[in-house]
Design a protein around this ligand. Structure first.
Ligand SMILES: Nc1ncnc2c1ncn2[C@@H]1O[C@H](COP(=O)(O)OP(=O)(O)OP(=O)(O)O)[C@@H](O)[C@H]1O
Ligand SMILES: [Mg+2]
Length: 276
């Protein structure tokens, strides 16, 4: 487990973020509206919301893959929104990202895929790279697949390569956008178990976007609900205080947590206390 003192330190701080897109007809769409959010070091936070709610956009604002129109992004105490190109590239080394569709280099082996972020950064000796790639492959259980190409792997194995690649530069946080949506239930379970280990044993903070509440339930200590670009609530899934969700998704999640805990300690406004 991550020590208590470390877990309380903010790793990501979003301040009043706004992001809009210009539409084909010249109109404007507000995808993220005045979102402020803190993610503590060591946390595992699930971002949930309906399709189009703005989850991916919000996640991409955390490493400035999307630039906010206004507001500030801090990671590890550094204001990303104030950095120049080269500094931002360095800061991003500490922010890993994984996607639904894995985004692997098809013509490169598992080894080379994992080594990729270390090679492009150019500051690592060959032996160092080999050692780090082997260590990351071991974390995700792919030590025996280093010479394979992505086409020779299952979906779950591909996502494991993507996780190992994201871990290679020793990030402090892993941003995950629907990482299990392309996987079957059994594979989802094992990939989530790996992510949980990475969070709990390595202390890597995780922010995961998903529309599957079971994913949040399996992995996260915190959940944040996004509706139409607005962060409508945040739930502490492992806290001692009873959950008091206000959004429909929050209530659904609370019900899942309650039934797993034997129905204790959940207050659902307007629906009485659930003591199932
Ligand atoms: N580059 C873009 N140009 C125009 N509109 C965009 C762009 N990117 C996102 N949007 C719009 O912003 C809104 C939020 O998109 P986003 O991808 O963040 O949603 P999401 O919550 O991740 O949805 P999903 O669960 O379907 O992935 C959507 O209505 C989308 O159409
Ligand atoms: Mg999305």
């Amino acid at each position: 487990m991550v020590p208590e003192t470390v877990a309380q330190e903010p790793l990501i701080r979003l301040e009043n973020l706004n992001k809009s897109f210009v539409l084909a007809d010249g109109g404007r769409f507000d995808a993220v509206r005045d979102v402020s959010l803190t993610v503590n070091r060591g946390d595992a936070l699930g971002l949930i919301g309906r399709s189009g709610a703005g989850k991916s956009t919000l996640l991409r604002l955390m490493n400035l893959l999307e630039r906010p129109d206004s507001g500030r992004v801090f990671v590890s105490g550094q204001e990303l929104t104030a950095l120049g190109k080269a500094q931002l590239r360095d800061a991003r080394q500490k922010i890993g990202m994984i996607f639904q569709q894995f985004n692997l280099l098809q013509n490169a082996t598992v080894f080379e895929n994992i080594a990729f972020p270390l090679r492009i950064h150019g500051r690592h000796r060959r032996a160092e790279i080999t050692e780090r790639v082997r260590a990351c492959a071991a974390i995700v259980g792919l030590s025996d697949r280093l010479d394979h190409y992505p086409a020779q792997l299952s979906g779950g194995q591909k996502q494991r390569v993507a996780i190992a690649r994201a871990l290679a530069p020793e990030p402090s946080v892993l941003l995950c956008d629907e990482p299990t949506s392309a996987l079957d239930t059994e594979t989802t379970r094992s990939v989530l178990a790996t992510l949980k280990d990475i969070n709990q044993k390595l202390g890597v903070t995780i922010v995961i976007v998903t529309h599957e509440l079971s994913v949040v339930h399996a992995l996260c200590r915190q959940a944040a609900v996004v509706e139409q670009g607005v962060l409508v609530e945040r739930l502490d899934l492992e806290g001692t205080a009873p959950l008091a969700p206000v959004s429909a998704l929050g209530r659904e999640l609370a019900r899942q947590v309650a039934s797993a805990q034997g129905g204790q300690g959940v207050v659902v406004p307007g629906e009485g206390t659930h003591g199932i």
